[in-house]
Design a protein. Structure first.
Lengths: 269, 72
């Protein structure tokens, strides 16, 4: 008998996957159906045991682990969006622990790298030039522009690779994927895990006009906390997110707020 | 705990010496505490990016065929 909060979150995720563009690879529904099957219930109640039970569906070929992680992330996002105190926290914690295990670890870490003013200015200028012609997408979503020469150079640079490795605590290699991201006034990035192929994502903030408020923070969900950690990243600072194992998002920008940053991919060596 | 008891029995039986056990423990403690990597532990100020041109070309090419955004 699966705990009602967790069961409800999984069913809500299934509904969301059925009714929207959230169907990603086609295997997510099968993953949730396996977990929700009548015979697959669990008597476990503690979040860590529930997480172990969830992760067990990825073993022995029962479901695709990538699809399972994506589906659990939808459930976690829907549960995290509820604001009813601590209700459902054990279920959310179980989902976050399971996502962390499927994604080989969770966390967001400051990257010990400081770009000199000329390099930072050149990147900001390149980003401004590359993104100014891009039109907003649907629903004011985050804009993305593929890497151009200087960003491409940063993405595979020895210095950033070493610094990202130092931040996460193990050696990494660039995935050779990078883009500039622009967050428009009033937009937000809902909690999510990054798509398959982005296990470690480095964000360097290049420009941020916070407007009258404190500015949109990075939101990092942690199984040990009822609410997400709010991390403010200043211009010139870089953070690396263990992005397949960490539910994360960006808070809503103010009406006069604008931010440009990088997304640069790395993977464990 | 079971492992410690076994090691104590082996030391008492003379199969292992206490010095050897202490050496192994010291090595393991050092490995666990060793920082990664030997390079930058403090913030490194970078004025010129050191990258292989072939890798840079691969990033530029990848942008034309893979999803741009990491978030779903």
């Amino acid at each position: 008998m699966t705990p009602p909060d967790l069961c409800a979150a999984l069913i809500a995720a299934r509904d969301a996957l059925c009714s929207s563009r959230e169907l990603l690879r086609g295997d997510e529904l099968a993953a949730l159906d396996a977990v929700l099957a009548p015979r697959s219930g669990t008597r476990a109640r503690a979040p860590d045991r529930l997480a172990t039970w969830l992760v067990s569906f990825a073993g022995e070929g029962r479901t695709d682990p990538v699809a399972l992680a994506d589906a659990l992330a939808v459930a976690a996002r829907l549960l995290a969006a509820r604001r009813a105190g601590d209700t459902g926290h054990d279920a959310l914690a179980a989902l976050l622990l399971a996502i962390g295990e499927l994604g080989a670890g969770a966390g967001a870490h400051p990257v010990p790298l400081s770009l000199g003013a000329p390099v930072l200015a050149a990147l900001a200028a390149e980003a401004a030039g590359a993104t100014h012609r891009v039109r907003p997408g649907r629903d004011g979503e985050q804009l993305a522009v593929p890497a151009v020469p200087l960003l491409a150079r940063l993405a595979v640079s020895r210095q950033l690779t070493l610094a990202v490795g130092a931040a996460v605590g193990f050696p990494v290699v660039p995935t050779r994927m990078a883009s500039y991201l622009v967050d428009l006034p009033g937009s937000m990035v809902a909690p999510h895990i990054d798509r398959d192929g982005w296990p470690l994502t480095a964000h360097l903030v290049l420009a941020h006009e916070p407007g009258v408020g404190r500015g949109s923070p990075l939101l990092v969900f942690d199984a040990g906390r009822p609410r997400p950690r709010r991390v403010r990243i200043r211009v010139g600072q870089t953070v690396v997110i263990r992005a397949r194992g960490t539910l994360h998002g960006w808070g809503r920008l103010g009406g006069d707020e604008l931010r440009t940053m990088t997304a640069i991919g790395f993977a464990p060596l | 705990m079971r492992c410690q008891a076994t090691i104590r029995r082996l030391v008492r039986a003379g199969v292992l010496t206490a010095a050897a056990v202490a050496g192994v423990v010291a090595t393991m403690s050092h490995a666990a505490a060793a920082p990664y990597p030997p390079g930058p532990t403090a913030v490194e100020e970078v004025d010129a990016l050191d990258a292989d041109p072939g890798d840079v070309g691969a990033v530029l090419a990848a942008g034309k065929r893979t999803p741009l955004q990491p978030c779903l």
